[in-house]
Every structure is written in C-alpha cells, then in structure tokens.
Design a protein around this ligand. Sequence first.
Ligand SMILES: Nc1ncnc2c1ncn2[C@@H]1O[C@H](COP(=O)(O)OP(=O)(O)OP(=O)(O)O)[C@@H](O)[C@H]1O
Ligand code: SF4
Ligand SMILES: [Mg+2]
Length: 360
Amino acid sequence: MTTAPTAGGAPTSFLEVRDLRIHFPTDDGLVKSVDGLSFRLEKGRTLGIVGESGSGKSVTSLGIMGLHTVGQYGRRKARISGEIWLDGKELMSADPDEVRRLRGREMAMIFQDPLSAMHPYFTVGAQIVEAYRVHHDVDKKTARTRAVELLDRVGIPQPDRRVDDYPHQFSGGMRQRAMIAMALVNNPELLIADEPTTALDVTVQAQILDLIRDLQKEFGSAVIVITHDLGVVAELADDILVMYGGRCVERGPAEQVFHAPQHPYTWGLLGSMPRIDREQTERLIPVKGSPPSLINVPDGCAFNPRCPYADLPKGGITRTERPELRPVPDAGDGRPHLTACHLPQQDRTRIWNEEIAPKL
Ligand SMILES: Nc1ncnc2c1ncn2[C@@H]1O[C@H](COP(=O)(O)OP(=O)(O)OP(=O)(O)O)[C@@H](O)[C@H]1O
Ligand code: SF4
Ligand SMILES: [Mg+2]
C-alpha cells in the first residue's frame, strides 16, 4: 500500500519521514517492523537511531532507500505507508525508477556487513567504478581514477594497487572503508550507515567513526547512523532517536538525550553502554527481559513488561492506553525533545536525578 502525500504538503527539512509504517505479512501474522515513525534531518547534521536488535532500525533505513522490497528483505511483500520527503521530493509516491536513480547518487547506504554488500567475484575497484558509472557518463579510466581517489580518501594504503584487490583480500576494517568509499563515490547528500562498526575491533571502530565525521564535515551531507550502542553515537550525532518495538520512544538533541533522558528504556540503554572508564571485563547491565513481539503488539506501552516503573501511578491513565510522543516541558535549546511515556514529568525528573544518573 502506498499513500499519496497528505495535506501536510512539502516540508522545509532536507529529509522528513512522516508516519512511516512497514509491515510484513507472515504465516504467523503481520509483523509490524516499523509502526508510525516520524523524524526530520537537515543537511550537515547527523541523526543517531538507537535500539536493541529487532527494533526496526534496518527496516527503517531500507524503507527510506526504497530497498525494503529487494534482497533478503524482499522475501515477503512489505506493506508500506507514510511519506518520505527527500529534498522536496516525496519518495513513496515517486516512480520506482526515479527512486532507483536517487539511490547511490543522492542517497547511499553503508551496510553492517560489507561482505554481503560487496560482490565477491569483482574487484573492489570494479565495484566502485560501476557505482560511479551508473550515475556519471564517464569512461572507465576516469571512473577508476575516481575510485583510487576515494580509496585514498577513506584511508586505504596504496590505493592505486589495492583498487585491484578482491573484497576477501581486505581486512574487515578495510572492507568497511571500501564500502564507505563506494557509498561516497557520487557525493550523496544523504548517507545512512547501518551498524557501520559492529563487526570491527574497538580501535578500528573509532577510526571508522572519525572517518564518517570527517567526511560529513567535508561533504556537508545529512547522515543517519544506526546502532544498538548509544556509545557509538555519543560524539557523532546531533540528534538521537530511540526505537523500541518499531516505534520511537524518545527523540531529541543528543545532549538532552544523554544528560536528561526521559524514557525508562533510554535509561536502560544508558546503563548498558560501554564506557572508557569502565573495565572492559566489567559486565554491563543489559535492559532486563526481551524485546516485544512485533506481531501481537500489546495495547498500551510496549515497554510495560520490562519497565521497572510500570506500576507507578500515572494520573488515572490505564495500562492499555498507548503513550504518544509528547514534548518534554522546558527541554532546552528549542529543538524538540519528545518522549512516549505516561510517567508524570516530576516523577521522571526525580527518578533520573536520584535513581539512575548517580549509578551511571
Ligand atoms: N522480510 C521480512 N519479513 C518478516 N519480518 C521481517 C522482515 N524483515 C524484517 N523483519 C522483522 O522486522 C523486525 C525488525 O527488523 P530489523 O532488521 O529492522 O531490526 P534491527 O533493529 O535492524 O535489528 P539489528 O540490531 O539486529 O540489526 C525484526 O523482528 C525482523 O525479524
Ligand atoms: S508508559 Fe509506563 S510502562 Fe511505559 S515506559 Fe512509561 S512508565 Fe514504563
Ligand atoms: Mg539491523
């Protein structure tokens, strides 16, 4: 199902996602992987999307890229609705050929596993050349020069030689860099990095994150970094969106989400965040319990079964009432800070200040 743009009209933001829903019909029922997600992103800014495994982060990014119907995700026909506005164009109602044209040129994606995103039988250089020539009418030699330039830019040593290597001849970190080079070859204005560092060791992770930050400054693109680890986006993101069970439970400026988080799930994520001043061996406190079913989503707050504050009084609001995203009062610098939790504001502030923050 595809919807026509609503009466809201074209937005002024570079990227605006409105009420995105991506559902997959399965034998067990309808999987609501993304269920009513909205956010905005400007050029030159970075949004971090954070949540546990299965919260809908990858499906969201594939949906924005128009890729939810291909590859492993295309096994089943997705039902998708909402609006995705990129630079004044609405992509959901656009011609698929137009979206294909934009993909790789105006928007590009870095995947979690470069081996699955790069073809094993073609050299790294050939794949970057191909990505460039799809969108530029240039000869192979010119495109190859561009590929070498990009490999150099992302820190591959001896790029003029390594350009002829196959992906398996690269280390994990190098492959990730090569994929970044491939994503950047057409100077995309929107870059989505889906778990760009999970497969890498800590030092290489830091290098890749620095690289993304430098490139963003240089190219001025809008960047979405997707991760299950809040630490990854601590320094990188301007804004953070916390996903739980296919929905946004908290969204706001990064400094607010880190220093005055509002949702009990965000508190849990902060408690499970690795920190430099903690021993590597020290066990982190994960959020207790397991993620919700995306098929039989219960009424009310999806975090309820895991929430330590579920039984606190909520001013007469019942358990079956779903908390909507609402602005946090007095949230600071004017950029909206929103949360979906029934706890009264004074309780949230007290719990954070007295119970959570001192233990982090
Ligand atoms: N084609 C599909 N058919 C059915 N369910 C799907 C399909 N694609 C994704 N899902 C389900 O949607 C949910 C969200 O998946 P998604 O890959 O977006 O999670 P994620 O937040 O990226 O997790 P991770 O951190 O593990 O990458 C999962 O429960 C997944 O099983
Ligand atoms: S609405 Fe209730 S159950 Fe949900 S996060 Fe808030 S306090 Fe916890
Ligand atoms: Mg994922």
